[in-house]
Design a protein around this ligand. Structure first.
Ligand code: ATP
Length: 328
């Protein structure tokens, strides 16, 4: 490996996601393995602008692989969106002798990294960390698998109370633009219907489906709704609709909210984070820049940051069909 880079910085940016700590640990330890210095940057791009740096060695990241959130803290930085802010960040980087940057975050964070590279020619590498799984170039983002397990656990618990009282529950899960969490957890939690941003089921079909379920002997129902579902109604409006248009339903709603982002990362996310951290550092050491590391066909693959930002993830049509069949 042509190891020209001697000092790498790592930061976490945008919304936090389980597995970010495991990725920081992997970056730090890969640097240590290759004899490269590593700097932790606190509070994402804010810390870059303020010079909030901490040298990290292999022991600095002990005991964090199993922790949710991010020990480096995350932030959304308005100042980094300005040329002056990025100039300050670059001056700090030069002063500290940093020669490469690993950014763990979502597409906004990658856009910041790309702009920074284009302005200063500085080597950057992205690791996708967001529970929504909405980044092109990887089948899984960090935190997605953990969030799925958290949501399924919650649905199972709600199912217990739904079936004890013959209730219909609308459960809102995260996913403003994509329905990956809703679709997967809806299938795993045995939901009667799943409402996602990619597909307009329509209120009539929802009504028909619930009535059909009831006729076939179901006494309780769960409908999983992504935040940005295409029907365009939030779960409180959906409850109102059922209350007004369908007889005999005892409807409840549950918004899972931020609990979906927390918790110890799953085994899958810990392994994924470790693989991504190794790949990100080693790719920088090979002299590459402007890539995101991702998982494809169980291999670590690189996608140009520009594509990762612009590309759209697609909903799995086979899963949609499975969910239709399962709600028979
Ligand atoms: P999430 O998916 O959780 O929202 P994200 O990485 O997309 O994560 P954003 O808030 O969109 O989160 O972006 C994180 C940070 O990246 C911003 O606060 C900003 O500092 C930086 N950033 C985003 N877009 C740009 C841009 N066009 N130019 C410079 N910096 C940017």
């Amino acid at each position: 490996m042509p190891n020209k880079i001697r000092k790498i910085a790592v930061l976490t940016s945008g919304g936090d996601a389980p597995g970010m700590n495991a990725a920081v640990r992997a970056v730090v330890r890969t640097c240590a393995y290759h004899g490269v210095e590593c700097i932790g940057v606190y509070r994402g791009y804010e810390g870059l602008i303020e010079g909030d740096f901490k040298p990290m060695n292999a022991r600095s990241v002990r005991g964090i692989i199993n922790k949710g959130g991010t020990m480096l803290k995350s932030a959304r930085s308005k100042e980094f969106r300005t040329k002056e802010g990025r100039e300050k960040a670059f001056q700090n980087i030069i002063k500290e002798g940093i020669e490469g940057l690993v950014v763990i975050g979502g597409d906004g964070s990658f856009t910041g990294a790309l702009v920074f590279n284009q302005e200063f020619g500085f080597p950057v590498m992205g690791i996708p960390g967001t529970i929504d799984n909405d980044i092109f170039g990887t089948t899984h983002t960090l935190g997605f698998d953990t969030a799925l397990n958290t949501v399924v656990d919650a649905i199972d618990k709600i199912r217990d109370t739904a079936s004890s009282h013959n209730r219909l529950f609308f459960i809102e899960v995260m996913g403003r633009d994509v329905g990956h969490i809703a679709l997967n957890t809806g299938i795993a939690g045995g939901a009667e219907e799943i409402l996602i941003p990619e597909e307009d089921l329509g209120l009539d079909r929802l009504k028909e489906s619930l009535n059909r379920s009831r006729k076939t002997g179901k006494t309780s129902s769960i409908v999983v709704v992504a935040e940005g579902d295409k029907i365009g109604k939030n779960i409180f409006e959906l409850k109102e609709y059922v209350d007004e248009n369908m007889e005999g339903y005892d409807v409840r709603v549950s918004v899972l909210g931020h609990m979906q982002r927390g918790g110890a990362p799953s085994c899958f996310d810990r392994v994924l984070a470790s693989r991504m951290g190794v790949k990100a550092v080693e790719t920088l050491l090979e002299g590459e820049t402007n890539y995101m590391v991702g998982l494809k066909n169980n291999k670590m693959e690189l996608t140009p940051l520009e594509q990762a930002i612009k590309g759209k993830t697609k909903i799995n049509l086979e899963l949609l069909r499975v969910s239709d069949i399962m709600s028979t």
